[in-house]
Structures are given as C-alpha cells and as structure tokens.
Design a protein around this ligand. Structure first.
Ligand code: ADP
Ligand code: MG
Length: 297
C-alpha cells in the first residue's frame, strides 16, 4: 500500500528525539492505530535507503517492534516510518513513573524484561546488526508487557540521518565507545545493563546534571555501577548479571547469547510471570476503557 499524510490523523505526539518526532496516528481507512516516526530524509542515494527499509520490513521477532510501512512526505524531504504502537510505553516512561512513586520494579519482572531484550539483541546479531542506541526510550512495552527493541542502526544511513544532530556522550554509552573503539554487540550489552539497572534503583545511577567531561569520568571511572550497595533485596545471581553487563573491559563482557545462559536468566526462563498484570498496575489500567489501543492487539 502506498501511503501519504492524508491517510492518517494524529492522535497525540508521543515524543521528540534527536532529529525526528513520533506521533500516535490513526489510519483513517481502517481505524488502525500506529506509531509514526518522522525523520528528515538523508541526502544519500535512495537505493541504499530502500535496502535499509526493506531490511526493517523483514525483521520479524517477538522482541523487535513490528514495522508496518513507510512513505515520503513534504516533497520527499521527510521519511515516515509506520510501526506497531506499544501501549505499555517505554522503559523510560516506566522508570520515571517508578521514580515518582519512589519504588523499584521487582527482580522477577526485570529478569523477564532482560530475557526479552537479550533475545532481541541476539536476533539482530544473527542478522549482523548491532543496535547502537540501547537506552530506556528505545525499549518499548506492549499492552501485554512484552519488551520490544526499536531504533536500531541498520546500515547507518538512517542512523546518520536522525542521529545527525547527536554529538557527545550519552548516559548509556559503553566506555570503549567513549574511547573511540569500534562498536560491537558487547557495547549494546553495557547499555542494556545500565538501562535495566535503572529499573532496580529509585535514583539515577550517575548524577543527572553532569557536564560531558564529568560524565565521561563517571563512565570510564575505575568502578562501574553495581547493585551491591543499592537499596533492595536483590539476589546474588542478579548482582552478578549486572556485574557482567557492566564490565569495563569489553573483551571480558559477555555477548547476548552468552548472557542468555546466565543462571539469573535461566531461572527466569523457567518462571511464568504475568507481565500483562504488571504493566496494567504500572499504568493503572483498571478499567478496560482506560487502556490505549494498538492496531496489533
Ligand atoms: P528518543 O528515543 O531519543 O526519546 P524518539 O524520536 O526515538 O526519541 O522517540 C520519541 C518518543 O516516542 C520516545 O519516548 C519513544 O519511547 C516513543 N515511541 C517511539 N516509538 C514508539 C512506538 N512504536 N510506540 C509507542 N511509543 C513510541
Ligand atoms: Mg528512540
């Protein structure tokens, strides 16, 4: 199907990031709800872009956001990417909600989310893709509380276009990246570790108002963050999992496939957790009508 802007009505703005914005939209003809990301079209060959969007269309995995379609607008200067709308919000939104309530997410829920994210990263790796931008706003939750990865870098064409305004150090960046080393899937593991650790803590891991140089000092500092001295009754397996994710030396840091064999994750895999009920409680969707609707439910 060939889309254009007139096929949709915007329901609300979900957010704005480095060079683009995301809206919750309704497809008029079908009534289906999608998330639509709008980013400036790169000046690069459209051929390459097509290959990249084709790849997105062929990504099918329970822990990767479902891609629906794409179209150009504003005289071909904008790319619109339609994807599954995730009602559960991002881990950033969940984290902020928990901070408001001065509470942490439970260990069992964090383990399930970790398991899903690692499977998503393992899948991308099997397709020779490194995510490159794992952070709380790039891990979304469905209405059933299933975690899904979004905004992963494909060939770099799209990444460059919407990360074009991005300079400096991000909070979730692995130490070897700051030092200019080549990106590997192990850098994603660091970012995932930090992202998940935030769910276990009620306060930011690094101070939030650091300048860029101070932030670098924190990230590459001799002691990476641990759960050891954090409030809460976390298991030794969980603490070890985070110690491994946040190993400063990337050559000693495990890959997603290796981490899926970690005792904490193996234990989680045996366990059934009602993530649907958990996310329902987070957002207080007690009445069915208070729950937003996705096209894919
Ligand atoms: P960033 O990830 O840097 O915050 P983005 O432009 O990627 O910026 O995303 C903006 C906001 O939209 C984020 O809060 C993100 O979680 C949200 N968002 C993106 N895609 C979806 C989606 N498919 N469903 C629900 N929310 C989404
Ligand atoms: Mg994003």
């Amino acid at each position: 199907k060939v889309y254009c802007d007139k096929d949709f009505v915007v329901i609300e703005r979900l957010g704005e990031g480095a060079g683009g914005s995301v809206d919750k939209v309704k497809e008029i003809a079908t009534g289906l709800i999608w998330a639509r990301k709008t980013i400036p079209a790169p000046s690069a060959p459209i051929q390459q872009l097509r290959r990249e969007l084709n790849f997105l269309a062929n990504c099918k995995h329970p822990h990767i956001v479902v891609f629906h379609g794409t179209y150009l607008s504003a005289g071909d200067s904008l790319i619109n990417v339609l994807m599954e709308y995730c009602e559960g919000g991002s881990l950033e939104a969940v984290r902020d909600r928990m901070r408001e309530e001065r509470a942490a997410v439970s260990e069992k829920v964090i383990a399930k989310i970790a398991e899903g994210c690692l499977k998503g990263l393992e899948y991308l790796k099997s397709k020779n893709i490194i995510h490159r931008d794992i952070k709380p706003s790039n891990i979304l939750l469905t209405a059933a509380g299933i975690p899904k990865l979004i905004d992963f870098g494909v060939s770099g064409e799209l990444v460059d276009s919407y990360a074009g305004t991005f300079t400096g150090t991000s909070y979730y960046m692995a130490p070897e990246r700051i030092q200019g080393a080549k990106y590997s899937v192990r850098s994603d593991v660091w970012s995932l570790g930090l992202t998940l650790m935030e769910l276990a803590r009620t306060e930011p891991i690094y101070p939030v108002d650091l300048g860029p140089i101070e932030l670098i000092t924190y990230i590459v500092g001799s002691q990476p963050p641990t759960l050891d001295d954090a409030a809460g009754d976390w298991s030794d397996e969980m603490k070890d999992f985070f110690r491994q994710c946040l190993c400063l030396d990337d050559s000693k840091r495990p890959s997603p496939t290796e981490l899926l064999q970690h005792p904490w994750i193996l234990e989680s895999q045996k366990r059934k957790i009602n993530l649907a009920r958990w996310i329902q409680q987070v957002w207080q969707w007690d009445k069915p009508s208070s729950r937003p609707q996705s096209a894919l439910q």
